[in-house]
Each structure stands twice: as C-alpha cells, then as structure tokens.
Design a protein around this ligand. Structure first.
Ligand code: CU
Length: 187
C-alpha cells in the first residue's frame, strides 16, 4: 500500500471550556530558545519529535523581527528498520521552516549543508523578518532522501507569526485562541 500522510493546522477562537468539556489538550508552546529532539517512539513504532519529555511537537510562536533559537538534537537510532527513498533509512535529519521568508544560509533555513547524523546536534538561529505577515506556518524535517519517511512519521509542527490586530481582539474579548493540528499516518 502506498503510504500517505497529511499535516493540517488551524487557529480557532473559542469560548473557555469547562473542565468536563475539555477533550483536546492544548499543544505546548515555545517563545524562546528551546530544544527539539528527534527520537524513536517505541510505543508508536516510528520516529518522532520530542519536546519536554513528550512526543508532541511544540507550536513555535514568534514576533516579526525576532529570532527563533532552536537546538535540534538527533537522538534517532543509528540503525533504522524503516525504508527511505534510497533504501534503508540512515536517520539523518535536519529542519526546514516552511513558508517563512528567511535566509537559506547556515544557521538558518539551510536544508542542504546543515545535516545531523544520529548523536549530533544542530543549532538554529532563524531571523524572522520584520515584514513577515502574521499567520500560520510550519516546520518539518528536510534531509533529502529521508524527509518523506520522517514527515510520514509526523516529524512536523506549527509556527505562528504573531502581531496582527485580530490577536488584540481575542485577548480583549475573553475568547481563547487554540491551535489544532491534525496529522494522519498510514503504514
Ligand atoms: Cu516544507
């Protein structure tokens, strides 16, 4: 069977829910420097992003003109059971910041020369231009030959560029902004 996957995020504005009504937990959020780890999730049986002890990728929130500082630790096993485009996966990994108008040079959105083998760490400092339109973007792994497998494994997360007037409306109206990300994986 052909493997398929999708990743979809949306920002929704809702009224506060009571504890009984709360059926979806909020995604973790980061606004400052943080560490993202690539791990093998033995419970799920595939690779995953891990943050703060859970295999749930955080939502990166950033203002235009600021810098996303991120340490990406590749803790994937050296030997993989998964098949990639060119044969057995080598668990090489890196990150791509999808949709942002940022530099393709190291240590920013360099998917060509920034590459980590298992056991290695990449340090990203991604300058988000001051003219960046507020909105929803995403990050995912991008090692050529292996990114399809890793993205199918769900190694992706959301980026929110803040700063629009609608956020002020949300904060002044007692409404609650929630990020909902859905990903689906088939073998
Ligand atoms: Cu992309």
């Amino acid at each position: 069977m052909r493997a398929i996957a999708f990743f979809l995020c949306a920002i929704v504005v809702v009224s506060p829910l009571s504890a009984q009504q709360q059926v979806i937990t909020d995604l973790p959020e980061v606004r400052g420097p943080f560490t993202l780890t690539a791990v093998y999730d033995s419970a799920a049986g595939h690779n995953a992003f891990a943050y703060a002890g859970k295999t749930v990728p955080p939502v990166i929130r950033v203002l235009p003109g600021r810098v996303i500082k991120l340490r990406y630790a590749n803790n994937l096993p050296r030997k993989s059971d998964e098949e990639c485009a060119t044969g057995r996966c080598g668990n090489v990994s890196n990150l791509h910041f999808h949709g942002l108008h940022v530099s393709p040079e190291r240590p920013q959105d360099d998917v060509l020369t920034m590459m980590s083998m298992p056991g290695e760490i990449l340090e990203y400092k991604v300058v988000v231009p001051s003219y960046s339109p507020p909105g929803l973007y995403w990050y995912h792994t991008h090692p050529h030959g292996e990114s399809a497998r890793q993205d199918l494994d769900g190694m992706s997360g959301a980026i929110v560029v803040e700063g629009d007037a609608s956020r002020l409306v949300v904060e002044s109206s007692m409404k609650h902004e929630r990020m909902v990300c859905v990903s689906k994986r088939s073998p």
